[in-house]
Design a protein around this ligand. Sequence first.
Ligand SMILES: [Zn+2]
Length: 148
Amino acid sequence: MINTEMKLRLVEEAFLARESSYAPYSRFKVGAAILTTDGRIFRGANIENASYGATICAERTAAVKAVSEGAEAFVAIAVVGAEENANLEALDLAYPCGICRQVLREFLPTSGEMIILVATSPTAFFETTLHALLPHSFGPEDLDYLME
Ligand SMILES: [Zn+2]
């Protein structure tokens, strides 16, 4: 899969992405960084809207950037989220929301596993998998009958 050095790189990229967050309403700034199976890294930040429902999460921002640039699957994603003035050295875990878990599910690599890194500082993270966060999920193969 990916080594510790790459995981820390992704976390670093997520922190950099968070700096571009547009969160004037919640003041909860989130950054994400996705490593694609073709070896590229895409950053994303949460982008809020005065019409709250039009808000998009950092994870989905990174995902749509990656896919719209030709990526087909994701190896890993790092996420960092916290209120605007949080102490970045000691963050609470901010997991991807349900909608983002489903969007990430669409781009599972053929290995069937995607690593999720939830940062608690620029050098520390909790590691889990998409499968652990979204068990018994619905995905593209459930619609394979349409291809017959
Ligand atoms: Zn989300």
